[in-house]
Design a protein. Structure first.
Length: 477
């Protein structure tokens, strides 16, 4: 049995990609993150080089050999090796430059050896997967040799293999793996999770509740059992307070977004959520987590006369959910916000609660998508707070593109600020004055890559990098 062969020129390209991964970005990285990232991009560089080399050979174009090939390899690999060494030597300074700007203690050790070993391990795993794909490609093109010339069979085999991989990963294998992981997570949670006892009274998951306590999962149980109660709020404000209503539906409750939204609406009605002064529809992050800093303060502000409803749509961290379960949050937000808004708009306007939408990270993208334009025109909500909106959001992109020409990309200003305002850790939304009937607030940090990443930055600098330096200084005052 022969060992898989590493090709020198594709490997050199992979090492160049690895060197590029050491350069600083918007946020600092630990050696573990750097190692995993380095191995991934090195494999990507190797893949690109290997694909280019394979295509060259499949087209039966002339190749260098002998001394010419040796000189070519030396001319390419030696400069790349030098670049890699320089990047490794500067890695700690680059990371510390970012850390100091974020008031983090500087690194004394970058754990270079451990990082390199992890990168090699990640690269090795991905390399073996590539070998398996090469085997599949060879099987396909060898069969096509029976029906067409070799050159045409090679190109057709490449296209067919790519299509097979695309179909298998997007509509077959990958979907089944994700569904299996979700099911395994639910089963394991039911068997091993040390869930707190079922709450007393009529709270979510308690007696008479439509929500299955076991199906809530840890994020849901933490959410409905934490936060201030009426006594806490009264002690803080010095006035009588109500018990805040928190409704949460776990992903394991039902199989479809529509079914989960229906239960959320009925549970909200059962607990009297539409009789409160304020009603918030919140979309959590990918894992189902809701930030206490976004919910607890408004419960204090309104003396507990408030209800919040949320539905889980994934178990994955937001970046993974964004890639692997792109539509899960969008579908859930559309079903939940639509169900609540339809019931709310049919209530008497003078007695119904003020309705707000909230989402954090992937939840912000989902809730923006679920807040339909035509529904807002028909009977507008009172406002929304979207924190850390991910870059793929079409609504966020459209609003930023409509900003005043003199306002910075990372801190847009739209007209007189009656409808939309932006806030960050360096500036609020301007207080209560000057708003119209509906208030939309985006909370975003200039250093948040999930907000300001641009796929086109591979080819050209992103917009925020082309703005004058004084804008950046102003943002960090």
């Amino acid at each position: 049995m022969t060992l898989p062969k590493l090709y020198i020129l594709p490997l050199a390209l992979g090492l160049l990609f690895f060197a590029a991964s050491l350069t600083p970005t918007l946020i600092p990285r630990s050696w573990i993150v750097q190692g995993a990232l380095g191995g991934l991009v090195m494999a990507l560089g190797y893949l690109i080089g290997r694909a280019a080399l394979s295509l060259w050979r499949l087209l039966e174009l002339p190749e260098a050999d002998g001394r010419v090939l040796l000189v070519l390899r030396m001319a390419i690999t030696l400069p790349i090796a030098l670049v890699l060494l320089l990047c490794l030597a500067q890695a700690r300074n680059w990371q510390n430059g970012i850390r100091l700007r974020m008031d983090m203690p500087p690194l004394e050790n970058t754990h270079t050896i451990q990082m390199l070993l992890l990168a090699i391990a990640v690269f090795a795993v991905l390399f073996l997967i590539g070998i398996a794909l090469q085997w599949l490609f060879d099987r396909v093109r060898f069969r096509l040799y029976r029906y067409m010339p070799a050159r045409a069979a090679n190109v057709a085999g490449f296209v067919l293999t790519a299509l097979l991989i695309l179909i298998a990963t997007r509509d077959g294998v990958l979907d089944r793996i994700i569904a299996g992981l979700d099911a395994s997570f639910t089963t394991a949670q039911a068997l091993f999770d040390t869930a707190p006892p079922v709450p007393e009274g009529t709270d979510t998951g308690g007696a008479g509740s439509l929500v299955n306590w076991e199906a809530l999962g840890q994020p849901g149980r933490d959410y409905v059992t934490s936060g201030p109660d009426a006594a806490d709020i009264a002690a803080f404000t010095g006035r009588d307070a109500l018990q805040p209503i928190r409704v949460y539906i776990g992903l394991a409750q039902e199989d479809t977004p529509e079914a989960r939204a229906r239960i959320a609406l009925e549970e909200l009605r059962r607990q009297g959520g539409f009789d409160r002064e304020v009603l918030i529809v919140a979309l959590p992050t990918g894992t189902g987590w809701l930030d206490p800093g976004a919910v607890d303060p408004v419960e204090y502000m309104h003396g507990g006369d408030i209800a919040t409803v949320a539905v889980q749509y994934s178990y994955l961290q937001s970046p993974l959910a964004l890639i692997l379960e792109t539509n899960a949050g969008l579908d859930q937000a559309k079903a939940l916000i639509g169900a609540v808004h339809r019931h709310w708009r049919d209530l008497p306007e003078e007695t119904r609660p003020r309705l707000y939408i909230h989402g954090l990270s992937l939840g912000a993208w989902s809730s923006m998508h679920g807040t339909g334009l035509f529904a807002l025109l028909d009977d507008p909500i009172n406002g929304a707070l979207w924190a850390g909106p991910p870059f793929p959001s079409a609504k966020w992109q459209g609003i930023v593109a409509s900003r005043d020409p003199d306002s910075p990309y990372v801190a847009p200003v739209l007209g007189d600020g009656r409808l939309v305002r932006f806030a960050s850790h360096h500036g609020d939304a301007g207080g209560p004055d000057g708003w119209g009937d509906m208030r939309l607030v985006y909370l975003q940090y200039a250093s948040d890559p999930i907000v300001f990443y641009e796929p086109a930055s591979v080819f050209r600098p992103p917009i925020w990098m082309t703005e004058p330096l004084h804008i950046c200084i102003w943002l960090h005052r």
